[in-house]
Structures are given as C-alpha cells and as structure tokens.
Design a protein around this ligand. Structure first.
Ligand code: 4AZ
Length: 249
C-alpha cells in the first residue's frame, strides 16, 4: 500500500493474508497476496494470486498454502493459520487482460463470525464515483520492493469507468475493461495498492466493493489502481452456484 498508514487488524478483521512459506520464505510468514473473508468459510482473492505464474504450481499442489486470519503483524502468533480446503477460479479469468480476476478459497475450518464483511450488491451507492474507500494490505509501500511486516491501509476514491478507460486505453494488456473492473485511487497519485496487495479488500461504507487486481506502477498520477468489482463478483458467484459450477462446499 502506497501513501497509507498502519491499521490494527481488529479494525479490518476480514482482511487475510495468503501464505506459502515453502514458496515465499519465512521472513514475512510466507505472505504473497491478500484476501477477504465474506463468510466464515469463504475467502475471496485475485485469480492471478492462484495462477501457476505466481505459485509455481497449481494451488492444489501447494501443500502449505494457508490463509492467515486475525493477524496484522505477520511475524507473530496472533490469529490463526487455516489450511485451504479448495479453490475455485473464475472460469472467465483472462490472464492477458486480467478480466475476471477473482478466485474463491474455501477454508478447512471456519473463521470467527465477527471476521466477515458483506459484498456490496450491484447498484449499491458505495460504487458511486467519488465515494471514499479504503484499501488494505501487506504490499509494497514504495513501489521499489519495500514490504511491511504489518497491515497498512490507504484512503482512495472510487473513480468512474470513463476516467479509468482514459487512464488505460491500451489494446489488450493495460486495458481497462469495465465489465469486471473498477478503479480507485487519486488522479494525482500518491495513494494506491501495489505488488503484494493483490486479492486484498477495497472497502466502502462497511462493504466490500473490490479486490486489488492490477495497475501500471503504484501511486503514479494518471494510473489509478484497478480492482475486480464487487458487483461483478457477486453476480459471478450467484451464476456459478446456480449452474452447479462452483466445486466448493
Ligand atoms: C500487482 O502487481 C499490482 N497500483 C497490484 C496493484 C497495483 C499494481 C500492481 C495497483 O500485484
């Protein structure tokens, strides 16, 4: 998180870290992405966090893949490390464009009831451009590879699709595709998500409105952070449940 401030995990108890010590080492408890608990056994993250490019193997083959919940300070015994029961990646995820960049992790044991956040429904006023939002994560604080050991957050503003499309007009990569994406930040830069924050929550008015997905650089003026929108996620989860495509229990 660029331009942020430290936050206590008790103020954002639905924010979780994805961890694999085998893949990412022990100095930061293996943290490599963020996630967000939307019910006691369900964590959302970015699909690209579970890609072979990031993990080096399919998620089901990563034996020590865990969700760290209730822990702001990565090097501590706070909270719990919960094994993963299963993963589901949006079948419409496109690694070239980052469209559909979300995945679901089901947990092997449930979280406390007070550590979940609802996803804002489509049409919720929290998605209105100009709304104040907060992004949370353990990602890079400078854009130069400085990873904090404790949770941080930055205040950002929800931006309109037209502003995002102007920021990312490219033909394929770096293109803003409004169906699954939304963006937030400050048009003058300075406050943003960054590497390592992916999959973590963007929250407004007490609800989840997005997951950190991508951007060009971090905190750069004119290049706001791009998120997988909560309204897209809610729709895809409902569709998957209806069609029985969601291989999760
Ligand atoms: C990343 O690579 C990443 N500035 C995440 C968020 C942003 C840029 C890159 C947004 O995970």
């Amino acid at each position: 998180v660029i331009g942020g401030h430290p936050v206590d995990i008790s103020t954002a108890p639905w924010t979780v870290a994805l961890s694999s010590r085998d893949r990412f080492g022990g100095t930061r408890a293996g943290q490599f992405c963020g996630g967000v608990a939307v019910d006691r056994s369900t964590v959302l993250t970015a699909a690209h966090c579970l890609s072979e490019d990031v993990l080096g193997a399919p998620p089901d083959l990563i034996g020590d893949l865990k969700v760290i919940a209730g822990r702001g300070e990565l090097i501590s015994n706070e909270g719990q490390e919960i094994p993963v029961h299963g993963t589901w990646i949006d079948p419409d995820y496109d690694a070239d464009t980052n469209a559909g960049d979300f995945a679901v992790i089901t947990l092997a044991s449930p979280l406390p009831a007070d550590s979940v956040i609802p996803v804002a429904s489509a049409g919720d006023p929290a998605y209105e451009p100009g709304t104040g939002a907060v992004v949370y994560g353990w990602g890079d604080t400078t854009g130069a590879g400085n990873y904090p050991r404790s949770l941080r957050a930055a205040n950002v503003t929800v931006l309109s699709d037209s502003v995002c499309q102007q920021a990312y007009p490219g033909s394929v990569e770096g293109r803003y595709l409004a169906d699954s994406m939304m963006c937030a930040g400050e048009i003058t830069g300075g406050r943003d998500a960054c590497q390592g924050d992916s999959g973590g929550p963007l929250v407004a008015e007490g609800k989840l409105i997005g997951l950190v997905s991508w951007g060009i650089g971090c905190g750069v003026a004119g290049n706001p952070g791009v998120y997988t929108g909560g309204s897209y996620i809610a729709r895809k989860l409902a569709e998957a449940a209806e069609s029985g495509r969601r291989p999760l229990t």
